[in-house]
Structure formats: structure tokens, C-alpha cells
Design a protein. Sequence first.
Length: 331
Amino acid sequence: MNDDSGSKQIIDVLIIGAGLAGLAAASDLKSQGRNVIVVDKGRGPGGRLASRHIANASFDNGAQFMTTRHPRFLSQVQQWIEAGVAEKWYSSFPGHPNSHARYRGVPTMTAIAKNLAVGLDVRCSNQVTSISSDESFWFTLLENGDTIKSRALIVTSPVPQTKTLLAAGNIQLSSHNKQRLDHITYESCLSVMAILDMPSALTPPGALMLNEGPIAWITDNQQKGVSAIPSVTIHASGDFSSRYFNEDSNASGGLLIKAAKPFIKAEVKEFQVHGWRYSKPVNIDTKPCMIANEDTDLPPIILAGDAFDGPRVEGAVLSGWAAAEALLCYI
Ligand SMILES: Cc1cc2nc3c(=O)[nH]c(=O)nc-3n(C[C@H](O)[C@H](O)[C@H](O)COP(=O)(O)OP(=O)(O)OC[C@H]3O[C@@H](n4cnc5c(N)ncnc54)[C@H](O)[C@@H]3O)c2cc1C
């Protein structure tokens, strides 16, 4: 049994994570009349859809674009375009003609998350430290000492972080669901955000994908329309990132800038490095979300995120919607 003395009310659903999965789930549940709170440890919504500003330069630091396959997601992207927070970036670039259209956030990728968060009760800078339950309710303990009591829980943190939360609360899932979680793995990504002394030499649309070497991807943020001044985002390959993730970030950033020089030509005036420990799920689950209370006595708890419906922006949103639909059978 748990101390719920900090709970002032009982809500229908508490969602951990204001990335796209959490926000998509919250949006659907709210539209069905459910009382929902979303909490996130980050300073703003978006999760891996992140942007950063350094001096007068702006960067998309996490996801660079979104693609659309599912009709509902395509329709959602059209709504974002109409709302002025997304636009088509490109459909093909040298070496990759006529591939899926790539859509970007306007002015940055974070705008999409902010748009989805409008009208929702999203509480950022609120880290969840543990979750626990009795036979009817969930008790979510926040770092600030508050506890939120809810009839149901949706957890959208990257799966290793979700497993830590489950373990902290001694929450036992069925052995089948435990196996499903253990199957999911992620790769890391070191991201360099660099201000240049002149426009980069990348050809339009300002995106370069590399299949070998330390770099996987370079975006020219100025060509993309994100940055007012010349700047690039460089994403390291999975191999480089795992090798250098815990090394000195300035030194790793320097190696990546050196490797990028033949493509960007310009000199780097200033740079910062961000490490995404759980950048992209590599082994994903086979279902769009996990009904984690299945075969247990736990109150409803659904796990969602890109590890369940595909390692991309679209997968996260579809997983969030699937989580909301699954939960509506219980509450
Ligand atoms: C470098 C990089 C490049 C990418 N490029 C692309 C791309 O070009 N196209 C594409 O489609 N996808 C791309 N992706 C993948 C895409 O960003 C993700 O698939 C998607 O954003 C995942 O959304 P999510 O909601 O599942 O998870 P997240 O966005 O990770 O959201 C989970 C949230 O949970 C919060 N959280 C975790 N633990 C706690 C806690 N204890 N308490 C409170 N909050 C917590 C986190 O702060 C986070 O905001 C990229 C990702 C990275 C990192």
C-alpha cells in the first residue's frame, strides 16, 4: 500500500512522458472526456523531438523529419501543415530519388509537439521517481515529493527507463510481457550542433545521409529553414556513438567535425554535443502498445512509444493512439 497523502484528487489517466506518444495518447483520451495529466522530466514537451538555440543559430537536435505511411497520421500531418507548424521539406535528394516525402516542423521540430500539447494538462520539469499501485489505483511519485493518484497509467519513456520505474515500484508484469520488454534494444546517437563561418557546401535540400564512417547524417539547418545563420546538425553513426558515448564530448565532437569537413567545407566557430542514450529502438516489439496489466491484478497500465510501433515519429504517434484506444476498454 502506498502513501497517497500528496494526492489532492483522483484523475482518470496519468501519462509519463510528453513526447509524441504521450501527447498523442493524451489528446485522444481528452477528446473522449477523460481527465488526463501528462508529466515529463524535460523542460518542455517533445522528448526526442528536440530543438536547441546557440547564439543566433537554431538546430533540430533529435528527429530531423517525419514520414507518413498510415492514413490517420497523414491526415494529422495535414492538420499540422494547416496550423503552420509543419511543411514538406523534400521528397528526394541526390542518391535517394522519389522516396517518401519528408516533413519538418516549423520553425523547428518541437513546434509539432507544442501544437499537440495545446489544451492538454502537461506538467514539464516533473520527473517521476517511482510508481506503485493498490488493487484499484496507481500512485505516481514525482521528484518534488508530490504523488498523483490515477485510475490508469500510460508510460511512454524509453523502455530501459520504464523498466527502471517498474523495478523501483516492484511492479511485476507477466513473464510474457517481461520477455517482450527484454527483447527491445536501442542504439545511442551523439549529436553535434555546430555554428559555421559561412554556408555549408551541402547541396539542396541540405540533408546528407552516409552509410559508412563515423557520421550517419548531416542537416544544414539554414537551408532547411530552421536557422537564421549557417549551422549544421551532425548525427554520429550507431557504432561511433556507442564507442564514444561516455568519452569526453568535446573530443568526440571534434572527431565528428573533422569527419564532416569534406562535406560542409566551412569552418566551425562554436559547437555543442548532445548524447541521446536511447536514440532509436533497434529491436522493436510486434504490437503497437503493451497492455502491461494483462494476466496480473494491476490496475490498467499501458506501455507505449516508438519501441512498439516503429522507430520514428509516426511510430510514436500511432503507438500513443493505440494506447489510448486500449485504455478506453478499461476506463
Ligand atoms: C538523434 C535522433 C534522430 C532521429 N531522427 C528521426 C527522423 O529523422 N525521423 C523520425 O521519424 N524519427 C527520428 N527519430 C526518432 C523519433 O525522434 C522518435 O521515434 C520519437 O520522437 C519517439 O517519441 P516517444 O514519445 O516514443 O519517446 P520520447 O520522445 O523519448 O518521449 C519520452 C518522454 O518521456 C520522458 N521521460 C522519461 N523518463 C521519465 C520520467 N522518469 N519522468 C518523467 N518523464 C520521463 C522523457 O523526458 C521524454 O520526453 C530520431 C531520434 C533521435 C534521438
